[in-house]
Design a protein. Structure first.
Lengths: 90, 166
């Protein structure tokens, strides 16, 4: 028996982008998404957002504070009464 | 190195050198005061990192900045909403952004966006952890992150266009 199905409603760019935050969170939702197969603009958007996230993960802690910061920390610590040390565990 | 890691975190969250230096100092002072409470349940670096995040968040709360920014960014503006003209074919980012450019773009994010982006995408915190830290819903954290990435894309593409014109 032949089953006739109504054609699936095509998602618009606005609808796709509305759902994008959710789709990003479940990567499976983006892989091979129908809208991306037919919309180069949204595919480029997704590629860019994935690229930004991947580049951000590669950012290393490369910033150094000025030398005065460490000196100030040492000076402030010298003026402290002493670290709180918990008593022995029973 | 812990000093560098704490300072980089403060700088990225705040986008301001003087404040970042002050809070790095505050974080290490807190570390000195609280070191006795470290039980070894997590790695020391994880514990120190979370302590530094808390120091920055306390500072921002005192200034009243994050609340304002988070509320502002919850309201969709013309800049943030879905757009139909995005993704011009002649201008994609892939492979073209260096670290310095990305760092500069992050600095230029509005504070609310920057917080969530740095915590999630740079520092690797999960949405449930961020929601707890910022006292917002998980959905809010996800939505902020998405808007932050969209804003970064705009900033990076604008920078590229300027370079092409120059």
């Amino acid at each position: 028996m032949i089953v006739l199905r109504a054609p699936e409603k095509t998602m618009t760019c606005a609808e796709f982008q509305e759902k994008l935050p959710e789709l990003f969170e479940s990567q499976a939702g983006l892989d091979g998404h129908d809208h991306l197969k037919s919309c180069e603009n949204c595919a480029a958007l997704v590629r860019d957002l994935e690229y930004i996230a991947s580049q951000a993960r590669l950012l290393l802690p490369i910033h150094d504070p000025g030398p005065a910061v460490w000196e100030n920390i040492q000076q402030a610590i010298r003026q402290e009464p002493g670290p709180a040390v918990p008593g022995p565990r029973k | 190195m812990h000093k560098r890691r704490v300072y980089s975190l403060c700088l990225r969250m705040l986008g301001n050198v003087a404040e970042a230096e002050d809070l790095t100092q505050e974080a290490f002072l807190q570390l000195y005061r609280k070191i006795g409470t470290f039980r070894g349940d997590s790695a020391f670096s994880t514990w120190l990192h979370r302590l530094a995040v808390n120091v920055v968040l306390m500072h921002l709360r005192r200034k009243g900045l994050p609340q304002v920014s988070l509320e502002e960014t919850l309201e969709p503006s013309q800049d943030d909403g879905p757009r139909k003209d995005i993704g011009a074919r002649d201008l994609t980012l892939s492979g073209s952004i260096d670290r310095v450019t990305l760092e500069r773009a992050i600095e230029n994010l509005p504070p609310g966006y920057r917080l969530v982006f740095v915590l999630h995408d740079v520092e690797g915190y999960e949405h449930n952890e961020i929601a707890e830290m910022l006292d917002c819903s998980i959905g809010n954290s996800k939505s902020q992150l998405h808007k932050a990435r969209m804003k970064l894309r705009d900033l990076l593409r604008t920078g590229q266009r300027k370079e092409q014109i120059a």
